[in-house]
Design a binder for this molecule. Sequence first.
Ligand code: GLN
Length: 483
Amino acid sequence: MHFNDITIKSFHDSLKNGEFKALEVVRELFDKIKKEDVKIHSFLTLLEEEAVEQAERVDLDLASGKNISILSGVPLAIKDNMLIEGSRATAGSRILENYVSSYDATVVGKLKKEGAIFLGKTNMDEFAMGSSTENSAFGVTRNPYDLERVPGGSSGGSVAAVAANFALGAFGSDTGGSIREPAAFCGVVGFKPTYGSVSRFGLIAMASSLDQIGPFAKTVEDAEILFDAVRGEDPFDATSVKKDFFPENDLKKIKELRIGLPKEYFIDGLSADVKNGVEEAIAKLKTLGFKFKEISLPHTKYALSVYYIIMPAEVSANLARFDGIRYDRIKDISESKNGRSMLQEIYFKNRGERFGAEVRRRILLGTFVLSAGYYDAYYAKAQKVRQLVRNDFDEAFKKVDVILTPVTATSAFKIGEKADDPLAMYLSDIFTIPVNLAGLPGISIPVKKYEIGGKELPIGFQLIGKHFREADIFGIGKQYEKI
Ligand code: GLN
């Protein structure tokens, strides 16, 4: 079996035709992971026993002539901030080091029902805060294309698992770019759905008005298959909505979609490789007959500042629940010092020692912007500017159907290059954050690989669609892949 060339679609056909058994695939993959993931470190927890059982069930179904779903037997990886009943879910944090989930996230339940196989839980920046997976409490993940470089983040383990051919697909979460940025750095497709398309129940929250779960895959078609399996309204998540989703097959309609190029995204700071890559993608789409138009999103320059007020505010509220009493706790709490009560001592010890520096930075920032006297100046104002960013997109979408931009300003950077400079790290997401602020769907699609510093590194481009028009960006993406 040449697993590297297989997609979800072709895997399904081969499995049905009896070219291999689900169990064989699972065994082969665990061998590969045990040999090769020592270098990459995409997984935090392997679920071998469960995966083998699930594969055996799929093989039995097939042997008894049952009709299997497109995801039956498909090996997947999942970010460690999504819950699988009975498995560890650390969110990349020491504070959840021993936490075992007592229920399945809605996406996990849906995928299990389809017969998908979870190989394991993947590494991530602590509580999804970061752009490089260097903020994990459990070590860095390396980019499979160049082990000296980051895979991007915060869903770095998931993306690396797909890029290293450990899994056929994976799931991540995207609050400001955590699916699309790593996808661009590792040459895979990464898709963030419209806010509300996919239930967040069972996702350990970072910033609830921005978080969305989405897939990584080798092709746009596979990403669409994975999205279709997990989307939909969920009574356990009041922000999830019921929307029909029609995979778009009508080529003529797709070809008529007008694509906008926002001038604020094609700036001097773009590295030459990204600029060339995105230009190449545009040229290819032009040869397919797509029409382009320059547009403007004038409030783009405020998006990063707005995000770094709203996101930490929500982080400080969401992370208040990790008090060292629920979920997981340090067992030996020393005698109270400094006149603190035992309860205060528990809070101090757990939160002070088990949250990493970036998480503490954001809790402090968030608590500050929400505090009396500063709320109006920061938080309330940021909410107003967020609306202006949304309005920009609404205006643009009167003129065009889809927007094309770079995903990142550079290709994957070196491990350690930005680790001590939070502001430089925050800039990794300038092209992805506005999409979360506006709640729109966005996809990162690989263009090609460029030689940088003697290594081939991938570059991606981003397509942004109207709310709930994921079909448009999938449609264009699938056309793009065909040439
Ligand atoms: N890199 C961004 C941040 O650190 C986005 C993270 C994410 O999307 N989870 O906030």
